[in-house]
Every structure is written in C-alpha cells, then in structure tokens.
Write a protein that binds this ligand. Structure first.
Ligand SMILES: Nc1ncnc2c1ncn2[C@@H]1O[C@H](COP(=O)(O)OP(=O)(O)OP(=O)(O)O)[C@@H](O)[C@H]1O
Length: 269
C-alpha cells in the first residue's frame, strides 16, 4: 500500500454516483444517486433483487468500469489510483484463476506482484491454504478442483496481501451450506483481525446479516439504495449468533426492507 493511504480516510466514499450503460435498446440506468460511505474496518453488504446494480457498484469501486456521474474515492484516492496501488483484494463469483498456475502459485500471485520474498510468500501461502482448507491441494491445477474449491482459492488469493479493503461479489454462492457458514465465520474473523473493510454482494439475507455491520438494500429500475440496516453485532460473531433473537430481528428487518422494494415495484406496473 502506498504511503498516501491512511486508515482515517473512509475505505469507500461514493457521492452521487450514477452509471448509465448505452445499449441498442436505449440507455440502461444501472445506478443513480448512490451515496455510500464504508468506514475503515467496516463490513457492508449489498443486497437487492437481480438487476438492482449491486455488481455494477462493486465494479465501479474496483475501477473495472468508470462511473457516469458522481465521485468515488477509496481511502481518499480516486478509484483508478487505488487500483494501481492495489489497495483492495477482489473475489468475484467466477473464481478467475490462472489455469496454468497451481493452487499455491494462484494464491501467491498478489504477493509476487507486491515483490514479497519467496520464503515469506511460501509461509503465507501455506497459512492461507490452511485457512480455506486446501492444504492438501496446493500442487493441483484449477481444472482439477471443484467449483467450490476454486472459489476458496480465489478467496485466499484476495486475502493474500492483507488488503485494507476486500471487494467480494457472491464469493460463497457456489459453496455447500456447511462450507459457506464456515467461510462466513472465517471471513468475519479475518476481516476483524486484519481490520479490513469489506464490501460484499450477496443474495442471501442470513448471510448479509451474519457478516455485516450494515446491510445496504438496493432496488432496481433505476438501481439505487433504498434502505440501510445496522446490525450492531460487533466483531464477535459465532454460530450462537445465528440462533439469537437479535439475529432474527435483523433478518426480519432486511426482509421487510426488501419486501418494501417488491411492493413498490408491483405498484409501478
Ligand atoms: N455492460 C453492461 N451493458 C449494459 N447493461 C448492463 C451492463 N452491466 C450491467 N447492466 C445492466 O445494469 C443493471 C444492473 O446490473 P447488475 O449486474 O449490476 O445487477 P445486480 O444487482 O448485480 O444483479 P444480479 O443480482 O442478477 O447479479 C441491469 O439492468 C443490467 O442489465
């Protein structure tokens, strides 16, 4: 990370952000008027019906697409600068592994780019492989792994250089429920330990509530933020939380916020 990065700046600040895609059928307003601040170390999930702009917002933050309007900053820098400085790790729905590299060398790729020495890299890769339960598979190639295992490699790779911001787009979507819950717990622990902020796209209400300090509810046509629900669970999240009254209360609050979106859409027809 460059010296210009300060943890006091918001991890992400979006001010009046909009995104319009020109298509043959006319313009698609994927996002409009997005105001969002993700504090350093904060875990924020984006949830909403298909097409509400969750992935688009994540792609703008990652500087994979330019915003059409408004301003976006990452740790106080323009998104393009944050990308150059590798201020964040990315884990998207498609694992996006390099097929000619082993699991170990896929996980270690960001460390190579950061010019971390071989010994430190080897140790960190072993630690990460263990974290995601792939120690026995480090010498395999991606096409020798299941989809879920490939995704775990992608998550380990995103965590490799201990970034202060993780951008994750349904990273657990392809995993079985047991692995998914295990990795959710691990992710909250890792995010707390590394003090990383996380912006996490999901379709799962329980997942969003378990993981997040705040759940941002979005609505489509045009894509926008309609609600923000604070969980107030702190950093101590274990399986007991999943069975607590507070947890069910927040799940209900998010569900109702999403239903509000549905009712609104039904009225628009
Ligand atoms: N490259 C593109 N060109 C044209 N339209 C696009 C493009 N990318 C996204 N869109 C449109 O922008 C809107 C938001 O898409 P986006 O993928 O961000 O939604 P999403 O909330 O992530 O959906 P899902 O939950 O299905 O993944 C949709 O109407 C989509 O069709």
């Amino acid at each position: 990370m460059s010296p210009a990065t300060t943890t006091s700046a918001a991890a992400v600040r979006a001010t009046g952000v909009g995104k319009v895609f020109p298509t043959k059928a006319g313009e698609v307003v994927a996002l409009t008027g997005v105001e969002l601040e993700v504090r350093a170390g904060e875990f924020v999930s984006l949830i909403g019906p298909s097409g509400c702009g969750k992935s688009t917002l994540l792609r703008l933050i990652a500087d994979l697409d330019p915003a059409s309007s408004g301003e976006l900053s990452i740790f106080g820098k323009p998104a393009a600068q944050a990308r150059v400085d590798q201020d964040y790790g990315i884990a998207f729905q498609q694992a996006g592994l390099l097929p000619w590299r082993t699991v170990a060398s896929n996980i270690g790729l960001p460390l190579e780019l950061h010019k971390v020495g071989r010994a430190e890299r080897t140790a960190r890769v072993a630690e990460l492989a263990e974290l995601v339960g792939l120690t026995e598979f480090v010498d395999r190639y991606p096409d020798q792994l299941s989809g879920g295992m490939q995704q775990r490699v992608a998550i380990a790779r995103a965590l490799a250089s201990r970034p202060k911001l993780l951008l994750m787009d349904e990273p657990f979507g392809a995993l079985d429920e047991m692995t998914r819950e295990y990795l959710q717990s691990e992710l909250t622990r890792i995010a707390a330990e590394t003090e990383a902020a996380v912006v996490f796209v999901t379709h799962s209400i329980p997942e969003a509530v378990f993981l997040s300090d705040r759940v941002v509810v979005m609505s489509p046509r045009p894509g926008r933020i309609t609600d923000v629900i604070t969980t107030d669970f702190g950093h101590d999240r274990d399986d007991a939380l999943r069975e607590s009254p507070e947890y069910f209360e927040r799940v209900t609050a998010v569900r109702e916020a999403l239903h509000g979106v549905k009712v609104e859409r039904a009225n628009e027809r």
